[in-house]
Design a protein around this ligand. Sequence first.
Ligand SMILES: [Zn+2]
Length: 353
Amino acid sequence: MRTAPRLIILTAVFVCCLAGACPAAEPGHRTEALLLGLWSSAELAGSDTDRAIGAVGVPDASTPALAHDADLPARPPAVPKTMQGAIRRVSLPKGRKLVAVTFDLCERANNVAGYNNQIINLLRAQNAQATFFAGGKWMRSHPEAAMQLMADPRFELGSHTWTHGNLALMTRAEVDAQMRLTEVQHANLRAELGRRAAAKGLGREFARVPEALRLMRLPYGRSSELALNTLAEMGYLVIQWDVEGERDEDKLCADAVAKNALARVRPGSIILLHANAVPQLSYEVLGLLLPALRKGGYELVTVGELLRRGAPQAVRQGYFTIPGDNLRYDAIFPGKGTLKPDPARPFVSAPVP
Ligand SMILES: [Zn+2]
């Protein structure tokens, strides 16, 4: 067995410590009572308009204030050395076939990015666990969807920064702001979820919803030593991927994209997909991946569960497939990554929160 048992124990201890702050980090211990008690099936299903992506406009620089009845959870201790860096996959004990399907929910400062309700509906219909990395501003502009993801026992929520910041270009204070504002927004929505749950007598179910975001994903996959060290000090596990689920989706059909992704999946893989914004084939690809993975003997788990069952394999920089393959984004997205390019406006170099 290549995976050192001590490493797995260390991993499990850290992840369990995180779970201590959020008693229901293990989705299997939760039920659908909260989700089904707060929303009708029609509300959960959403509509075609959910998928609409807003036009690029004036950057929204407003920031959330902590609601009077919301608690901002204390950040946990620093991430242990063995779990620092950009985690690309997890080493599992021999014979274990687990895989984590993950989705980014990206949103920048100057447009509203929508979300693909078809993807969430498909995951629910197939009872598939998944992890979502949600931007803080996205959570603010899609509060019902965000709270539904929080309440759903199949799903785990992580941070995708406040306005999709390119952390490789940011100062320590800017990295901190991108994470903190997202924490505030998450705390406000969790408090609202708590109010609604209490009104329906679902307080016990609500108590199982994790209090804090402890996983994060780097926008553009971009990082720096400063960013990785800052995130580790904040207690965030940086979760990247070893399988790009939508690779070449602008050139290939969904069948070919899914086939290529499946060829790269192995036990402990983390698959990158998106539930909004740019990729067009995510839903079709997911529809092919889910049955194929299960047919191949894979159990679909959240990233948190994957980490509890193995040892992370991390690197010291973020990238898509090979180091450096994402550097071009630094010159494409202004405002240190927080703005969608707008031909009507000059390149903005100052960061937006
Ligand atoms: Zn993103």
